[in-house]
Design a binder for this molecule. Structure first.
Ligand SMILES: [Fe+2]
Length: 590
């Protein structure tokens, strides 16, 4: 490799949560989702042009310095193998009375993911941003391999099994892998249309939420539902599973059915369950029970799969890594974590398709034999890989906008005072975190001891439904005050039941089913945030803060100070803390 730096740019584009990730030799230099720059939530279907530009700027390099671009979807599969698969497979069952919509959908996919088309899109992405250099070699990486590397590498486990569950990656919907000393191999996989991701998306859309986006609402609502025998029986027609761990999803209820009302769920689903909920229709007990049934079915199906296909594997050593869109379901993850035989569980902060930019880049790094990535794993992945803004930048911006601000040398102490007097605080520090959750650099924080803060946050600050759960950041070393289990959850990806003692301390951060999705904070992960929680705990006895992402309803997490200011003034936040400055709502100068 001589002495030159080796750069690999990982890209997740054209699908869900476009993102970019830059590896420099053995390091991750930068990573971000495109939505943070476009300000269009999810930015589904786009190429991550802004995120790519950010990565290049952060490393101070140009396109000419890139050795490889790794794309987290295997476009080479499409022209021939995909066409053949589709001809053979159920997606095109001509016997299905409604095959037309699935044929059109699939022909679209064949065009969209043709390698020449993807190459063109990548070139176009650079040109749109005024970058004219030569496009480096593009490698197409299998989507589920990208997912599995994205969770195995940062897990810190030398030896582990990996479970990937999503809607679809090329033809795969679920896959199981095993890894040892950096070498990863697939054990088994399940193909579309037999997809649990599609199942959960269908129910989400049926409940009047946005598929591929609002699955968390379905999960949150499920806790308000109860078991209804009639509905359960109907769900048995949707998914069945056997003693070997296999499951069968009847895809007529989504893409291979007759799509008259939904984009994902079919007429067949309405025929089975009754009329779908319209977007603004009131949520009834029936809807809650449907959510409950969907969540239970998903959990039962995957637990059956884990028990039979992973726990019974004599090679399994107790370490399990999970990724794929379905792994955003933190309640499911919490159930898996408690299974007998699971010793350690890891779900990265970017477990949806955003993580495949990282996984694809790792795959190329392994192929290039970059030493660290070919045999080692990363311990304690640092998720703060996005843009940062200096105090000087922030102060100039505040002056320019004529906003009254205060400078504070001990901002941790000052912020603790605000939190203790029950102020809702916008907290903006350092580099933006990558992944679906705010992890203490672009967060809205509140005192978790006051139950009413939950309602204030949902209603007045985030403008969302009362039943949406929040999460708490807890000092890692205080976790046993809150949980009976010793499961590590550094990125809010696992829901855990809070014990009695903890319920009294953080009532605002606990869902109706007594679970929370904790971020266990270690000093080495985020010093400033760690000391904020510690200081709050030293004074109150509760080493925890209510932490929700810094955004308004349907807005991506804020990235820049300007966006933080916009959201601060557009919502009922009381205080905005940015770097060592703070702004009070009442002191806004007009
Ligand atoms: Fe995926």
């Amino acid at each position: 490799l001589e002495n030159k730096n080796y750069y690999i740019l990982g890209i997740n584009g054209l699908g869900i949560l476009p993102s970019a990730c830059l590896l420099k030799n053995n390091e991750i230099v930068a990573m971000a989702e495109e939505e943070r720059f476009t300000r269009y939530k999810g930015s589904t279907g786009m190429m991550p042009g802004n995120a790519v530009i950010y990565c290049l700027n952060e490393a101070n390099i140009s396109i000419d310095d890139l050795d490889t671009i790794s794309f987290g979807w295997d476009a080479n599969y499409y022209p021939l193998k995909m066409s053949m698969f589709l001809m053979k497979k159920a997606l095109f069952q001509i016997t299905n009375k409604n095959y037309k919509s699935s044929i059109i959908r699939t022909l679209n996919e064949l065009v969209k993911y043709h390698p020449k088309q993807v190459e063109y899109k990548i070139k176009e992405m650079f040109r749109e941003h005024g970058i004219v250099g030569k496009i480096p070699k593009i490698e197409f990486i299998n989507h589920h391999l990208s997912h599995s590397l994205s969770t195995y590498y940062p897990s810190g486990f030398k030896k582990a099994h990996i479970l990937v569950i999503d809607g679809s990656g090329e033809i795969t919907s679920t896959s199981i892998w095993k890894a040892n000393n950096g070498i990863i191999e697939k054990i088994s996989s399940i193909s579309i249309p037999n997809s649990l991701g599609w199942f959960y998306q269908s129910i989400t859309e049926y409940l009047g939420f946005k598929p591929n986006n609002h699955e968390g609402k379905t999960m949150g609502l499920a806790s308000y539902g109860k078991k209804n025998e009639l509905i359960s029986k109907k769900f048995d027609k949707i998914i069945s599973f056997d003693k070997l761990g296999h499951y069968q999803y009847n895809s007529e209820f989504s893409f291979t059915g007759n799509l008259t009302n939904g984009n994902v769920y079919s007429q067949e689903l309405e025929d089975l369950l009754g009329l779908a909920r319209k977007k603004n229709e009131v949520i009834t007990q029936f809807h809650k029970d449907i959510a409950y049934a969907a969540q239970s079915k998903l959990e039962d199906t995957i637990i059956n799969l884990v028990e039979n296909k992973i726990l019974k594997d004599p090679c399994f050593n107790g370490n399990l890594c999970i990724a794929g869109g379905v792994s955003l379901n933190c309640k499911l993850n919490g159930k898996i974590a408690l299974l007998n035989g699971i010793k350690n569980i890891y779900i990265p902060p970017f477990s949806s398709d955003n993580g495949t930019a990282f996984g694809a880049a790792i795959s190329s790094a392994i192929n290039k034999n970059l030493s660290k990535f070919s045999a080692n794993v990363i311990n304690d992945l640092n998720p703060y890989l996005g843009p940062s803004f200096s105090d000087e930048y922030i102060e100039n911006k505040l002056k320019e906008l004529n906003i009254k601000y205060f400078k504070e040398e001990d901002i941790v102490k000052k912020t603790t005072e605000f939190l203790m007097s029950n102020k809702i605080v916008g907290w903006f520090q350092g580099r933006m975190e990558v992944g679906s959750r705010a992890l203490g650099n672009r967060s809205i924080l509140a005192n978790p001891m006051s139950l009413e803060n939950k309602e204030i946050l949902n209603k007045k600050v985030k403008n969302r439904e009362f039943w949406r759960p929040f999460a708490v950041s807890i000092l890692y070393e205080k976790r046993e005050e809150y949980f009976d289990t010793d499961i590590d959850s550094p990125y809010m990806t696992i829901a855990l039941t809070v014990k009695k003692e903890g319920l009294l301390k953080v009532p605002a951060g606990v869902h109706v089913d007594n679970t929370t999705r904790p971020q266990l904070v270690k000093k080495e992960n985020n010093k400033k945030y760690y000391y904020l929680i510690k200081h709050f705990g030293d004074l109150t006895g509760t080493y925890a803060l209510l932490n929700t992402s810094f955004n308004d309803k349907e807005e991506p997490i804020v990235c820049t100070p300007e966006q933080a200011l916009r959201t601060f003034f557009a919502t009922n936040l009381d205080v905005l803390v940015m770097g060592n400055f703070y702004i009070l709502k009442s002191n806004k100068e007009t």
